[in-house]
Design a protein around this ligand. Structure first.
Ligand code: C2E
Ligand code: CA
Ligand code: CA
Length: 724
């Protein structure tokens, strides 16, 4: 049974209450008895006044009224009923047969008219039909009310849905949108109805969104769901993500034009759908995704994403037979800054560094934070070494200017190792590892520079362990030797100095050069012991030669960055020198520009101390590092050593030669001594002489040789000089 059936059956079973009013007692009684016998509930009124009283105290479904009654007539009772019980039906039962009276009664709302004397059957039939009509009317009203309530309820449900609920016509115009659209997107439902739904789709989703509804086989059972971005009202760029579920309305199952007729705006709704705001979920997903593949501090890709992109780039490079470069960048001095200024400053520095590095890159390059102060850079298509070199220089230069961290001005450098595909490795791991190894070599050589990986650098960890153990043994067994390379005055051919260069007489591998073991020594801090040994030996050897008749002979020793950066560097150096009674004025230490720049304040303090003690200071490999000329006149520097690469360039007569010219001119201007390194040919020697650069060092005068050979040579020369 439906609720409406229930109402009807309730109506059928309810017994109608009838009011019968007549001033003639016998007639009243007969009428009442007749109606009661028919099953009605009947209340009799002995006249108009009595009837009016009853109207105020009880409720009636139907009144049978005599028209002509004393005091208050039938019309009077009708008026009372109209006031108090407008729903009560009225039948006039009267001897009055004039047309005016009857029509007056009907105008005032009487439903029927029965003439006295009445035929009981006719009377009962009339009563029954009026009661039936009234019941119908009442039921109709009731149903109408129920419908209105039900519609209000559905409207309430639709409008208070957390989702946008909408209907579209055949072409995609809105027929209906619930009021949620205002809260979520800012549109009034009225301004959307009649508009095409593509007007609120984000431009990027228009094609997909409009196509989705056209697709075949979407039905109420198989609705279409899709995620789209919808534009909010006002700013065109603000979009929110929605998950839309839509299906076509089957005209068979949904009677159109009913119920929501007003809302459908005269259009025929063909699609029904809901749009759920999933923006927060999308944003959370996006964030989780971002977090999984990015470093949150710098917002750069992380290790995982870098490897992903590298893998892809390798595949592409292999297919198109191109090169690519992987760079491993490690900041110099970051740890010191982080430790002294705190992690918050360290974080800010990393962000600032990232910004500067990013400015050097092209679209398609991937810079990632690999961890700590390590970055990796992927250059997917690169011409070769020259391109990589150029970019490295750009990166190094970008970090050269100081960083302002609050009130602190800090300098960081960067050491860059480069691995080119395919020459330095064909796999992802190989390339990263080899770039890392190359980076270590930069660090060991004084930081702040770049180097390409070469197979001689790669020592696997087992070999590395062996080497480290061997090096410790070498120190015990005294396998480290000091060789000396003469620094010669090119006008007199006299040896003015000797540069001490370490060698390792390895029992199995033969004579090893610094490049084979110094990087490892740096890493393992064995470098301190190695340097001590070299200094001891050199002071001993050269001290002897000085005392044997070469009082001006200079000893040049190379110092590693770690040594110079050590807080007690000056103290330990001088202890060793004094222990051998080596004259400080005969000692020249060689350091690189990068060492100085790593901590200008500290290092210049140390250099000043040494200079006051008489020790000379030389800048090694001059021109390849910072080349920041303005520190030169502020520091106690005695000698510039022109890097071999510039001397080599003399032969080809290109820019390198110009650099030599410039360095020599500058050294003269600053009244510094100058030593040209790596001189191998007559031509180079002539050129340098022409410039006024008279101290030279290189294979032209011989490589570094063991002490005995040098002693012999010194002795020979002295004898030669004496015999003139
Ligand atoms: P460096 O100070 O630039 O030394 C010059 C390097 O050039 C030496 O290589 C030397 O043998 C080489 N050389 C000299 N003349 C010529 C030439 O005419 N042509 C060519 N092609 N090369 C020439 P070596 O001995 O292999 O040393 C390499 C580097 O290792 C040195 O570069 C120096 O930075 C470092 N080193 C050497 N001995 C020591 C040491 O006892 N302590 C420290 N800390 N570093 C050292
Ligand atoms: Ca040197
Ligand atoms: Ca050098």
């Amino acid at each position: 049974m439906t609720p409406d059936d229930a109402i009807l059956s309730h109506r059928e079973t309810a017994i109608p209450h009838l009011l019968v009013a007549d001033d003639e007692p016998r007639l009243l009684e007969t009428l009442c008895a007749l109606l009661r016998a028919e099953g009605y509930r009947v209340t009799g009124a002995s006249g108009g006044r009595h009837a009016c009283e009853l109207v105020q105290s009880a409720s009636f479904d139907l009144a049978l009224l005599d028209l002509r009654m004393p005091e208050v007539d039938g019309f009077g009772v009708m008026a009372a009923l109209a006031d108090h019980q407008p729903d009560c039906g009225i039948i006039v039962v009267s001897g009055e047969s004039s047309f005016t009276a009857v029509s007056r009664a009907l105008r005032r709302g009487a439903l029927d008219y029965i003439r006295k004397p009445f035929d009981p059957e006719e009377l009962l039939a009339t009563v029954q039909s009026v009661v039936g009509k009234q019941n119908l009317l009442r039921d109709h009203e009731h149903i109408q009310m129920r419908l209105e309530k039900s519609e209000a309820l559905h409207r309430y449900i639709v409008n208070s849905s957390p989702d946008i609920v909408f209907m579209l016509d055949e072409d995609g115009h809105f027929c209906f949108v619930n009021s949620k659209v205002e809260a979520l997107l800012g549109y009034q439902p009225a301004e959307l109805t009649g508009q095409h739904f593509r007007n609120i789709l984000d431009d990027r989703d228009v094609a997909r969104g409009t196509y989705a509804l056209k697709g075949p086989n979407i039905t109420a059972d198989n609705p279409r769901t899709l995620e789209v971005r919808l534009k909010t009202r006002g700013s065109r760029r603000a979009t929110r993500h929605f998950e839309i579920t839509a299906f076509p309305i089957d005209p068979q199952t949904w009677p159109q034009g009913n119920g929501l007729a007003g809302d459908t705006n005269g259009r025929t709704a063909r699609y029904y759908g809901t749009a759920r705001d999933v923006t927060e979920r999308k944003e959370a997903e996006a964030f989780i995704n971002f977090q999984a593949y990015h470093d949150l501090l710098t917002r750069l890709p992380n290790r995982a994403l870098f490897k992903d992109r590298l893998e892809l780039a390798i595949t592409q490079a292999r297919r198109s037979q191109q090169q690519l470069a992987v760079m491993f960048l490690d900041l110099d001095r970051f740890k010191v800054i982080n430790d002294t200024l705190g992690h918050a400053m360290g974080d800010r520095l990393l962000q600032a560094v990232t910004q500067r590095l990013e400015k050097c890159l092209r679209k398609g390059d991937t810079l990632s934070r690999f961890g700590g102060d390590e970055f990796t850079l992927l250059l997917p298509s690169i011409g070769g070494h020259d391109d990589a070199r150029q970019i490295s220089r750009k990166l190094i230069n970008a970090l050269r200017a100081p960083f302002q961290l609050g009130e602190h001005e800090v300098f960081v450098g960067v050491s860059i190792g480069i691995a080119l595909f395919p020459e330095a490795g064909e796999s992802l791991d190989q390339l990263i590892q080899n770039a890392d190894i190359a980076m270590y070599h930069v660090k060991a050589r004084g930081k702040d520079g770049y180097r390409f990986f070469s197979p001689s650098m790669s020592i696997d960890s087992a070999q590395r362990l062996n080497l480290e153990r061997d090096l410790r043994l070498a120190l015990e067994r005294d396998e480290l030797k000091v060789y000396y390379q003469p620094q010669v005055c090119s006008t007199t051919d006299r040896i003015v100095g000797l540069e001490a260069l370490v060698r390792w007489q390895h029992p199995e591998r033969g004579l090893l050069y610094p490049r084979d073991f110094l990087p490892l020594a740096e890493e393992t801090r064995l470098i301190g012991l190695v340097s001590e040994r070299v200094l001891d030996q050199a002071c001993q050897d050269v001290g002897e030669w000085i005392r044997a008749g070469h009082p001006d002979l200079r000893l040049a020793v190379n110092l590693s960055p770690a040594q110079v950066e050590h807080p007690r560097f000056v103290e330990t150096l001088m202890q060793r020198v004094d222990a051998h009674r080596f004259p400080a004025r005969n000692l020249e230490i060689e350091i690189t520009e990068n060492v100085i720049m790593s901590d200008l304040e500290q290092i210049s303090q140390k250099l000043r101390e040494l200079a006051t003690l008489g020790v000379r200071i030389a800048i090694d490999d001059f021109g390849t590092g910072y080349s920041s000329l303005n520190y030169l006149h502020r520091l106690p520097i005695h000698t510039l050593k022109v890097d071999q690469s510039f001397v080599k360039a003399i032969r080809s007569n290109d820019d390198g030669a110009c650099i030599v010219n410039a360095i020599v001119a500058m050294a003269h201007g600053l009244k510094l001594d100058i030593v040209a390194e790596g001189v191998e040919t007559d031509e180079q020697l002539d050129y340098l002489r022409g410039l006024g650069c008279h101290q030279v060092q290189g294979f032209f005068y011989g490589p570094a040789r063991p002490a005995e050979e040098i002693a012999r040579e010194l002795c020979g020369r002295r004898e030669k000089a004496a015999s003139f």
